[in-house]
Design a protein around this ligand. Structure first.
Ligand SMILES: [Zn+2]
Length: 1339
């Protein structure tokens, strides 16, 4: 909302700016549509910036210097914009305001900014800042609007103002001046001003009314007079001279009777006269004098000593004037009568007081310092002087406003104009100050550790829950059987966001009731401390009971609420759980650490229309109609095996299910909303197949008699492996062949295989603590490819593992701000932050490397030992290595090389160190020399060569004219040299990309490898071809290889038919296209890519034929062709969209995303609306996702703004899907900056919405921020996030900042080389080089 004092003098107009609509309030109280002229004053103030856009887009404290702009100018400009922004954020649309404030109602400050979340002082401050802005005649104006009773006749109101500076250069006003005026809305009624001030030079009181030229600086005496001079609006047109004449005439009439008044008026040379005003003023003065006398009488009646009020007044006075605290009764020394004198706000008032007390004094000099000295000397002997309560209050208000102003300046001005240091590096954050934990009531919390004390271990939970899906209330009871392992007098366990209504502690046979003397809560760590009146005895068992209640919320963790829309359009609720890593404590009090395993038994009370699910099958159902009302049932479930709290799950819903049975007689069911349940058929088939495969692979049966897979509409992650009750996003479990493409089918297969692998790795054997999380997730990620490959051999999961796991991990782990796979976890946020690519993908990649090094049989044997040894228990990473080492030693056929490696040493080098090595291989004179050095894309800060980490590297090389592979090992050494053939035209290492590192060669071997690629040599597998291209691009990004090398290698694409090389090339070349978006090199590069694509584009066509890999390749090549504007591809996609929209012809599933996005990108508002309506009406989850992603492809700024806004609102787009919106919009070059502005302006909303979810904030930062490529953007990002608490996402931010630095460096260092090579390539192509032709390579 904007406010505009357009006349600058006597009336106030309002301009609202809500939803882009601008309304102005005219002088005659009409609301009209605002024109651009209304904003002219603002445009001047913003120096050419559009004011409305400026305050909207500046996004807070990230405003920065424009090129060539001084810091001071930036400060000023930012302060202006910050004020606008503040008002915008805190104001509501104007209608409510106008209704309250205009024109016949009292206009209070709180009405002007009616955000109830703001304090009164802040609202007032907002108004102050707004008025500051609106008065262009002042350089630094402070006005405080205050309310007053409206004058029905004149529609006037009181406005108090304090001026700090007048508009004219030759006029100044003391910052401590005051004036009061009656202020008219319409400008035609009388306007009076009274002012009081003490500055060295002041302007006339009339100026505030008339805006006429102020008088030159006058003496203090005249200023004193002016403070009390009246002025009227009727005087406004009159000149100063005519005003003086009028005054003189009035004075002459008065002089005879009222000499003193006449004298004052005479001094008031510049001000307007007017008898009425004068008399009115006198009347007020008389009233004031009367009140003063009354007060004096009152004080006289009370004893002075001990009067607290008087003491306070005296104290305040002393604070303000620098006098020592004194005895209030000492004020009696001021006058013979012993009465109090009320001081004014300035020294003159004090002088008056002194004079009245019969003492002669000299007027104090100007300036607060001198004034204080003067007063102290004069009044020290009297010890105290008092001022009136009103003045004391005024002083307090002033002090408060000053503090508020300083706080605002500190909060908004400082971060905005930080000078650029040019130094790149992570933002350093001061470590938190260690404090002793305290409860919410401030009481010391006796237990000071994130981990629970080991004195008590849980053995069995007996849980009763009664969720109400109408009121969303949950009541529950839990009985925890515990064993005491150390004698103790207290118990600590976890609980979050619930009310504990009852707690009891008994011996296990209920014979003795142990009294709980205290229950303390420490919310920061979700800990509950119970102290007991007698020590719990070692080895004894006890039962700890709690009764509790809470409310189901749509929180995505704990026991939370979700909903879906049924086929008949009705809204259906379900209650479900997500406990990993630490939210079981939000569902029931428990010992919520992974190694504290116990058994669980559940009784769930539900309505008969619902079904309850638990980790185990249902044992019985009882009717509770008699006790709880009609239709209420209670399901009792079998007790679980021993397991961790984070794996417990329960769901209450009205879902339907389909079932199948494995060879091991395990009942596998897929649960989903009834109208979607048939889409679970594919997942059920995969689950049955994979469960049997894993039983064989791990050598241990699945431990439970059933496995439920449940589709949850609101779900933060992709899926969760709760033992026997896995939960999934709808799109990770449900697959409809008619609408889902090959990529979606593969995704569902992988996710199911991943969660099923966890049933052994994670559920059966659990990590002792979260720092070994990678063992769970890395292993499950590896097994998801192996399991999916078993269920669907046609997927060729080998090359996809390299793409999705190894290369993804290598890209992230080369950043300076990466972390080791195995990390210490010392606070809850760290637990969340390690669920990342390093734990999942790098964890899987290093396990795969070990598996390839040892051979799969040995690896499997090691896993089997590990699982059997730690079954139903917990383990550490070292336990796995020990088991695998034993298996390697027992193996009949030792793996290739010099015998089995030292598994612990080898894997420690990969799991305990971040990053990975760059392997340099040189073949010379029959010697192959291999060296290793850490690979980071930016040089490590302060690293010394001697401190460089070393890895145990298994390396396999293929050399020209050498049969078989050459195995080389670097066992923690920097280099090794081995014999090799003397004549070798080429050599290539890290065959099939099984090692988690990159390889580089001398230039002649890079050229030889390019020839090998172009020649279609069968010596290189599809993984090898992809790895060579990926290494070359990555080395170039790390500034270690010229840009011409990866470009030359990319030309092999014109003859490439493998999915992995295409995927790798697109990933890198698309990145280059983004970096060069606004550069001259963009067009030649785009042309180059079009030429690479053309042969394969022609061969693949638009029909849905071929194997799974061919279909995936087609989707990739066609999408790339459209994105680089291959004309025939764009035309075909638009035709398909048009046929779909106009004729209802369905789009082939694999091409839907592409066709929908192209239709929106090249279409108009009608096309966008059509897709939006389809999205709202779609029932198939995968189809809904495709449509939602397509909506972000629009290039219309208004549509994008609208789309982002409704997506964040969360009513039409689920909260979990907002990240899809961010992904698709961030990938849209035309929308990226708008998205950035949107995220900044709505950061608090986004944080409120996703603050607890790692994946959401991480993805938003990674998808959006890491794409920037200029210094300006880097500084904007830094300034915006400076001081913001991102919790677990802070590492993602640091990584994103590092990516921006890499982008900037690449543009500066390699753009020219790329441009030169492309120019040369174009020249050769134009010279008649034969167009490349497609050919199939072996996969
Ligand atoms: Zn997992």
């Amino acid at each position: 909302m904007l406010f505009s004092d357009r006349s600058q003098q006597s009336h106030l107009s309002l301009v609202s700016a809500s939803d882009g609509g601008l309304t102005r309030i005219t002088d005659d109280s009409q609301l009209i549509k605002a024109s651009s002229d209304d904003f002219a004053p603002f445009q001047r103030r913003f120096r050419g910036y559009d004011p409305v856009l400026s305050y909207r887009e500046s996004g807070g404290a990230n405003f920065k210097s424009a090129p060539g702009e001084s810091e001071e100018a930036c400060d000023r400009r930012h302060a202006n914009i910050a004020n606008y922004q503040l008002k915008t954020v805190t104001s509501r649309p104007s209608k409510a305001l106008v209704g309250k404030c205009f024109p016949n109602t009292v206009c209070k400050p709180e009405n002007l900014s009616n955000d109830r979340k703001l304090s009164q002082s802040k609202r007032t401050a907002n108004i102050v800042s707004f008025v500051d802005e609106m008065d262009p005649t002042s350089r630094s104006v402070r006005r405080v609007l205050s309310s007053a009773e409206p004058n029905k006749n004149t529609q006037s109101r009181q406005v108090s103002q304090s001026y700090s500076e007048a508009s004219r250069p030759n006029s100044t006003i003391s910052s401590r001046s005051f004036s009061t005026m009656s202020y008219s809305w319409s400008g035609h009624s009388s306007l009076t001003c009274t002012s009081s001030g003490t500055g060295a030079a002041e302007t006339s009181g009339r100026q505030c009314c008339t805006g006429s030229e102020p008088r030159p600086a006058a003496s203090r005496d005249s200023a004193q007079t002016q403070r009390k001079s009246p002025c009227t609006a009727s005087d406004r047109p009159s000149s100063p001279q005519s005003s003086v004449d009028s005054c003189s005439e009035d004075l002459s009439n008065l002089r005879s009777g009222r000499k003193s008044a006449a004298s004052r008026l005479k001094k008031d040379k510049g001000c307007l006269a007017g008898l009425n005003s004068y008399l009115s003023n006198r009347k007020k003065k008389a009233q004031k004098e009367h009140r003063r006398k009354e007060r004096k009488k009152l004080i006289k009646m009370k004893p002075h000593r001990g009067d607290i009020f008087v003491k306070i007044r005296s104290y305040v006075r002393n604070l303000v004037w620098g006098l020592p605290l004194g005895d209030p009764t000492a004020a009696s020394h001021l006058g013979t009568s012993g009465t109090y004198r009320a001081f004014g706000t300035g020294p003159q008032s004090m002088a008056d007081a002194m004079s009245a007390s019969g003492r002669t004094t000299t007027p104090p000099p100007n300036g607060p310092g001198e004034r204080a000295l003067y007063n102290k000397a004069e009044y020290a002997g009297r010890k105290a002087v008092v001022c009136s309560p009103r003045r004391a209050a005024a002083v307090l208000v002033l002090v408060f406003l000053a503090v508020l102003a300083i706080a605002l300046v500190a909060a908004f001005a400082r971060p905005a104009c930080l000078p650029s240091t040019g130094v790149v590096g992570p933002t350093t954050v001061a470590p938190p100050v260690a404090t002793r934990p305290t409860t919410a009531d401030g009481e010391p919390f006796p237990w000071d550790s994130l981990r629970l004390p080991p004195a008590v271990l849980p053995r069995r939970y007996e849980l009763l829950l009664q969720p109400n899906l109408t009121t969303f209330a949950v009541v529950g009871r839990v009985k925890i059987q515990i064993t005491v392992t150390q004698e103790t007098s207290f118990i600590v366990l976890h609980s979050r966001n619930m009310t504990i209504t009852k707690r009891e502690l008994h011996t296990s046979d209920d014979s003795v009731n142990v009294s709980i003397t205290r229950l303390l809560l420490y919310p920061e760590r979700d800990q509950v401390y119970l102290s007991v009146n007698e020590s719990l005895q070692l080895g004894q068992n006890y039962t700890l009971s709690f009764e509790f209640n809470y409310t189901l919320r749509e929180a995505l963790e704990g026991f939370y609420l979700s909903h879906y829309t049924a086929a008949n359009g009705s809204k259906r609720y379900l209650a479900t759980t997500q406990f990993e890593p630490n939210a079981a404590r939000a569902a029931f009090p428990c010992f919520d650490e992974p190694q504290l395993k116990a058994t669980f038994q559940l009784a769930m009370v539900r309505h008969e229309s619902h079904t309850a699910l638990f980790n185990t099958p249902r044992r019985s159902t009882a009717d509770l109609d008699f006790y709880l009302g009609a239709g209420i049932k209670q399901d009792d479930f079998f007790e679980t095996v021993r397991m961790s709290t984070y794996l417990v799950a329960f769901i209450v819903s009205d879902y339907a299910h389909i079932s199948d049975t494995t060879d091991g007689n395990v009942l596998v069911s897929v649960w989903a909303p009834p109208h979607l349940v048939q889409q679970g058929q594919f997942a059920a088939q995969v689950a049955v197949s994979v469960l049997d495969f894993y039983t064989d692979y791990f050598g241990l049966p699945y431990q439970l008699p059933k496995l439920d897979l449940v589709a949850i509409p609101d779900f933060a992650a992709g899926a969760m492996e709760n033992w026997g009750l896995c939960t999934f996003r709808l799109t990770s479990l449900l697959y409809e062949p008619s609408s889902g493409g090959s990529a979606i089918q593969q995704w569902v297969t992988r996710v199911v295989a991943h969660e099923l692998a966890h049933q052994w790795f994670g559920n059966l054997v659990t990590m002792e603590w979260w720092n070994d999380l990678w063992l769970n997730e890395g292993f499950a990620t590896l097994m998801e490819f192996i399991g999916a490959g078993h269920a669907r051999p046609e997927y060729h999961m080998g090359q996809q593992f390299m793409l999705e796991a190894t290369l993804t991990a290598l890209a992230l782990d080369s950043l300076r701000d990466s972390h080791p796979i195995s990390v210490e976890v010392t606070d809850p946020d760290q637990i969340e932050s390690i669920f990342d690519t390093i734990s999942y993908s790098k964890g899987a990649a290093v396990l795969y490397m070990l598996m390839k090094e040892l051979g799969q049989p040995v690896f499997k044997a090691g896993l089997n030992k590990y699982l059997r040894r730690h079954s139903l228990g917990s383990a550490r990473t070292a336990d796995l290595w020990a088991a695998v080492q034993e298996a390697a030693a027992e193996a009949e056929t030792p793996p290739a090389g010099d015998g089995p490696p030292d598994v612990q040493a080898m894997m420690d080098s990969w799991t305990r160190q971040k990053s990975y090595p760059l392997i340099s291989v040189v073949l010379s004179a029959g010697r192959l020399t291999v060296r290793q050095a850490p690979f980071t894309q930016l040089p490590a800060v302060g690293a010394r060569q001697s401190d460089a980490p070393l890895w145990h590297v298994p390396l396999s090389c293929r050399l020209h004219r050498r049969a078989g592979l050459l195995a080389v090992r670097l066992n923690g050494t920097a280099s090794v040299t081995v014999s090799a053939p003397r004549q070798s035209a080429w050599y290539y290492c890290n065959v099939n990309k099984t090692g988690v590192y990159r390889v580089t060669y001398p230039a002649d071997n890079w050229a030889a490898l390019q020839q090998l690629l172009l020649a279609g040599s069968s010596h290189l597998s599809v993984q090898d071809r992809a790895a060579i291209i990926d290494d070359a691009f990555s080395l170039n990004r790390a500034d270690l290889l010229n840009a011409s090398v990866p470009l030359r290698l990319s030309t092999s694409l014109s003859r490439e038919a493998g999915l992995a090389p295409w995927a790798v090339s697109r990933r890198h070349l698309d990145w280059w296209l983004q970096l060069l978006y606004d550069q001259p090199t963009h067009a030649p590069l785009q042309h180059f890519v079009r030429r690479l694509i053309a042969p394969q584009y022609g061969q693949l066509g638009w029909s849905e034929q071929g194997s799974h890999v061919v279909r995936r390749l087609r989707a990739l090549v066609l999408a790339w062709a459209v994105s680089v504007r291959l004309p025939e591809a764009v035309a075909r996609a638009r035709t398909l969209f048009s046929d779909w929209r106009n004729a209802g012809l369905p789009v082939p599933p694999d091409l839907r995303q592409l066709v929908y996005s192209t239709g929106v990108e090249y279409g108009d508002t009608g096309d966008w609306q059509f897709v939006w309506q389809r999205y709202l009406n779609a029932t198939t989850p995968t189809e809904k996702n495709s449509l939602l992603r397509a909506l972000g492809a629009s290039t219309d700024p208004l549509i994008l703004e609208h789309f982002l806004r409704i997506s964040l609102a969360g009513e039409l787009v689920r909260s979990q899907d907002f990240v899809l919106v961010v992904e698709s919009t961030a990938a849209n070059q035309a929308a990226r900056l708008r998205l950035w502005r949107f995220v900044r302006l709505n950061w608090h909303k986004i944080l409120d919405k996703f603050g607890g979810g790692t994946f959401m904030i991480d993805n938003i930062i990674q998808e959006l921020v890491s794409r920037f490529s200029t210094q300006l953007e880097l500084e904007e990002v830094r300034a915006f996030f400076d001081g913001k608490d991102l919790r677990s996402a802070s590492r993602s931010l640091r990584q994103a900042l590092e990516s921006i630095q890499l982008n900037i460096r690449w543009r500066g260092s390699h753009q020219a080389a790329a441009a030169a090579w492309l120019e040369d390539w174009s020249r050769r192509e134009a010279a008649g080089a034969a167009p490349p032709t497609a050919r199939h390579w072996p996969n």
